[in-house]
Each structure stands twice: as C-alpha cells, then as structure tokens.
Design a protein. Structure first.
Length: 262
C-alpha cells in the first residue's frame, strides 16, 4: 500500500511530482498530504490535504522527502515521532545517503531517487536506489507514473546519475540560451533567434523520443558530407569541443554531489 503519501516540501521538485500525479491521475488528491512552509493558492485549491493533522500524518504509508539537502534534518525532526512505524521514506535530496535519512526517520525503510523536473508533465526521468526491496517498490510506485525509471545497483552511482540526469535539464537550457545568443550575434532579432532555437531543439528531442533512433544516426541524417552542418560539427565535436566539456561538466557536478554527501 503506497497511499496516503505525505509530501514533505512542495517546492520545485515536490510541486513537480504533485503536478505529474495530477496530470496522470496517479493518486486521488485526498490521498496526498502536504507539509510545506509557504503553500501557494494553487496548492491550497488543488484538493490535496495541506498541513495535515497528527492523525493524518500517522496514516501516511509513504513520505516523499523533497526539501533542500540542508533542510532535511529539521524537516524529519518535525514529523518523525508522528509517523507510523511502517511508513517508508523516499528521498529526492541530492547527496544525502539512505543510511543517514533512515536514521533521521527512526530507522524506517528508505529509498533514494534522483528525478528531473519534467515529472511535472509526466516526461520525467528518475534514478532509483534502495537496498531494501519494499522501499524500492515504493519509489517505483511514486515515480513510474511520471518518469522513465532507471534502477541503480549501488548508492554510489547516484552521484553519476545526478551528473547525467538530475542536473542535466539545466545543461540543455544553458545550451539553448547559448544557441539563441549566437543567433543574435549572427544577425537575427532576439525574437527570431529564440523562436528558431527553442522550436528546433524541442522538435529534435521529440524526434529522438518518438523514433527511438540513435543520436549519432540522427546527427548523420542532418550532416551531409562537405555541408554546413559538418562544418559546424567540426567545431562542436573537435578535440577541445563538446565531449571534453561534457566530461568536465558532469565531473564537476559529481564532485559537488560528493561534497554534499560528506
Ligand atoms: N529542482 C530540481 O531540479 C531537483 C532535481 C532533483 C532533486 N532535487 C532535490 O529536491 C529537493 C528540493 O529541491 P527544490 O529545488 O524543489 O527546492 P525548493 O524549491 O526550495 O523546495 C523545497 C521546499 O521545501 C520547503 N521546506 C523547507 N523546509 C521545510 C520544512 N522543514 N518542512 C516543510 N517544508 C519545508 C520550502 O519552503 P520555503 O521555500 O518556504 O523555505 C520549499 O517549498 C532537494 O533536496 C534537491 O536536491 C531537485
């Protein structure tokens, strides 16, 4: 039994999960209990139970821990004694280990997830880890309706999953910003550059998703030998181009993830 689900922290990520579950009708709003510091109008009007009483907190079968990594201990302390002994914790807090979370929640079963914000539109991605089978099943129950899910075989892989997935939507948005800026430098108006860059990237991503093709094959389909795209890719894929830049980008993300975990 997964529900009732208690969402602890309804900010960007907790809010994205609520949006995704609403969109997919994954759970009845009355099965969702939310504790968050500043609930907005939309949350209050959504039919979920905001600021549940102690009895409702005690009825929660699953807790989605979605506060900032620095805030999780205080958040745990505020509800731990009210939770049922068999409540399962699913944490999305970057870098915080399952063992620490389990201890903070009185030894309860715990899973970790590293999701993306596209869970809000049921197009998310989530890396899951739990040593405990029941906790892993509970994490699946939360994320399967709104995300493509990848199970990790060791908790240490969570750092790499953060570098390649959890943080990666920001890389793509940064790429689009840079492409738009390059378009303006090349003489387009900002409106033209943004419309062209955004539509092109979202269309290309949709093509990848819908065809299930290999990115390298799709790239070759755009780049004819001796043509304009090939000239561009000679820069982008040069020895000091995108591949080493992505390696360093992911490496710095992993470094920070390990710092947060220390
Ligand atoms: N955003 C992402 O793309 C993403 C992706 C993967 C994982 N995550 C993880 O998701 C977690 C949340 O990140 P976020 O970006 O959603 O942060 P956020 O927008 O700041 O959301 C955290 C929410 O928790 C509330 N909160 C803080 N302390 C609380 C407490 N003691 N009790 C109840 N609610 C409390 C905050 O309220 P106030 O703002 O009023 O303080 C805020 O609404 C982090 O651990 C992060 O590592 C985020």
């Amino acid at each position: 039994m997964t529900t009732p689900i208690l969402i602890l922290g309804a900010g960007r990520m907790g809010g994205a999960m609520l949006d995704g579950w609403r969109k997919t009708n994954a759970f009845a709003p009355t099965d969702l209990l939310v504790i968050t510091r500043h609930p907005g109008e939309a949350l209050l009007a959504s039919g979920v139970r905001v600021a549940p009483d102690d009895a409702q907190i005690g009825s929660a079968k699953t807790v989605l821990l979605a506060v900032k990594p620095q805030a999780w201990r205080d958040a745990a302390k505020s509800i731990e004694s009210k939770l049922a002994a068999d409540a399962v914790i699913v944490s999305v807090a970057a870098g915080v280990k399952t063992q620490a979370i389990s201890q903070g929640f009185g030894g309860r079963r715990t899973a970790r997830a590293m999701p993306t914000t596209a869970c809000a539109i049921a197009r998310g991605t989530a890396s899951l880890f739990a040593a405990d089978a029941e906790a892993l099943a509970r994490a699946h129950a939360l994320f399967d309706p709104v995300a493509t899910v990848v199970e990790l075989s060791s908790e240490d892989e969570m750092h790499a999953a953060t570098g390649v997935s959890g943080s990666a939507p920001a890389y793509l948005y940064a790429f689009i910003e840079a492409l738009e800026a390059a378009g303006v430098t090349a003489g387009l108006t900002p409106a033209q550059a943004s419309k062209l860059a955004r539509s092109t990237i979202t269309g290309a991503a949709a093509l990848l998703a819908e065809t299930g093709g290999e990115p390298a094959d799709l790239r070759r389909q755009v780049a004819s030998p001796g043509g304009t795209t090939e000239a561009a890719l000679n820069v982008l894929l040069s020895h000091n181009g995108l591949p080493p830049l992505m390696r360093e980008t992911v490496a710095q993300c992993i470094r920070r993830s390990k710092e947060l975990a220390a």
